[in-house]
Write a protein that binds this ligand. Sequence first.
Ligand SMILES: [Fe+2]
Ligand SMILES: [Fe+2]
Length: 178
Amino acid sequence: MLTEAPQAPARRERKTATRVLVEHHEVLRGLMRQLRETPRSQPGRRRALADELFDELWMHERIEESVFYPAMRDITPAIAAAWSEHRQLSDQLAALVRADPRTERFDRELGVMHDALESHAHLDEERQMFPEIERFADEELLVDLGDRLQARLEWLRSSRRIRAVLRLQRALLRRTAR
Ligand SMILES: [Fe+2]
Ligand SMILES: [Fe+2]
């Protein structure tokens, strides 16, 4: 008799939480780089890239806030500040999505977004918080958290409901654009 094979867990390389997050920072940086290289004469591409950045940054903040930050709260005091920086990044990203990609304002918002992202991801997380965590947290815990972060990110990316929510959020932002 044919029986359904049990669902195999997704095969993925095991990585520490900090490595998973740094690799996702690279995804965000790549999108930012492409946005900065795309001229005003290609508003459709700029808009599509801004949408992708919106979704990826939203997912990045969710996985950090739901999995990583709570687990690291007792290891470094930097977590509290990081949480509030996420709110600022989200506000700035909203300003970017609202801006018309054919305008100078979009370039200005993009410049502010770039600096805010680097300040948080590079200076605060990669240069300060992550090395501190790697020094004090248990390696096994970091690998377990890495698995959870990867699984959560894959789930968010593949969820149609989440995609629909993000699409709606972007549409609402653009409708309230001044
Ligand atoms: Fe963060
Ligand atoms: Fe991050």
